[in-house]
Ligand binder design. Structure first.
Ligand code: BV8
Ligand code: ZN
Length: 244
């Protein structure tokens, strides 16, 4: 961590954070890419897209039910908790996540821009009615709405637009932040992966925190190689100095 970053952390007023699956890895939630990742044994085009869902809703619901059970069985980790603390001490703080695991809210973050949705929410594809706790059972492998439409997870699949109001807020935040932290993302999925680049163009100091280098690494101001659960709390400690 450079001296430049250390002094910035002590004085910065406007911070943007983008998180990916890597921030939840230490909680026990599988990531998508890299060894052991979900996409190494499952095919995203067969699971995370609308056509696949309409072709085989039972299969896609079984996959989300399985992931939901994993997410319910784990706890937010020190990185999630440090971000919830950061939100309280930084005057202009924006947390943007690609994750659907709901761990930022469970860690105490109040405002989270969920670019790819949230596994705890579902909606009817016919009438748009939202449902909060859809239960998938052997007897009922596909949930139906009272209007008889199929209910789907409220997550953004490949080829689907991101929730435009959420994405617009994320873009605005990258335009005004002095510091952007990209934490635990391989930065290959767009348009989310473009956000750190936009911040950089607007003069933000962009820091990547990851256990390995990514496609974003050549463009950021600095990459801190380390686990989110260790690095993010360390950044918070420096932010706290001289801020009480
Ligand atoms: C869109 C669903 C407009 C929810 C996901 C060519 C053909 C077709 C499409 C495209 C194309 N080129 C670009 C596109 C657009 C496409 C895209 O970007 N594709 C990529 C793959 C090429 N994007 C879209 O389709 C998006 N929509 O563009 O709309 C549009 C409209 C119509 C037609 C075209 C375009 C929608 C994207 C959303 C897809 N939904 N998931 C779910 O089930 O979860 S994607 C999935 O990947 C998740 O959302 C996830 O968040 C996202 C990104 O993955 P990461 O979070 O980065 O996770 P990953 O495993 O990859 O990396 C983890 C990182 O953590 C690693 O770097 C690892 O080293 C690190 N790590 C691990 N442990 C730790 C750690 N770091 C720190 N500490 C640790 N302990
Ligand atoms: Zn309905």
């Amino acid at each position: 961590m450079t001296e430049k970053l250390k002094s910035l952390l002590k004085s910065v007023q406007s911070v943007c954070v983008l998180t990916g699956a890597g921030i939840s890895a230490e909680s026990g939630v599988p990531t998508f890419r890299g060894e052991g990742g979900l996409w190494s044994r499952l095919k995203p085009e067969e699971l995370a897209n609308f056509d696949a869902f309409m072709k085989n809703p039972e299969n896609v619901w079984a996959w989300y039910q399985h992931r939901k059970e994993i997410m319910h069985s784990v706890q937010p980790n020190a990185a999630h908790k440090a971000l919830a603390e950061m939100e309280k001490i930084i005057p202009d703080f924006t947390l943007i996540t690609q994750n659907i695991d709901n761990l930022h809210y469970r860690a105490g973050s109040k405002n989270v821009l969920e670019l790819h949705g949230n596994i705890e929410r579902s909606y009817c594809i016919k009438c748009g009615k939202y449902y909060s706790d859809v239960q998938i059972t052997k007897e009922k492998p596909i949930p139906y709405c009272e209007c008889s439409g199929i209910i789907r997870p409220d997550v953004v699949w490949f080829g689907e637009n991101l929730p435009i109001d959420v994405f617009d807020k994320a873009v605005e935040a990258t335009r005004r932040c002095e510091l952007l932290l990209s934490i635990g993302t391989s930065a290959v999925v767009y348009p989310a992966a473009g956000l750190p680049l936009q911040a950089k163009e607007h003069g933000s100091y962009v820091v990547e925190i990851n256990v390995e280098y990514t496609e974003l690494s050549p463009y950021v101001n600095e990459t801190i190689i380390g686990r989110a659960g260790e690095v993010v709390p360390a950044l918070l400690e420096i932010m706290k100095e001289e801020r009480q």
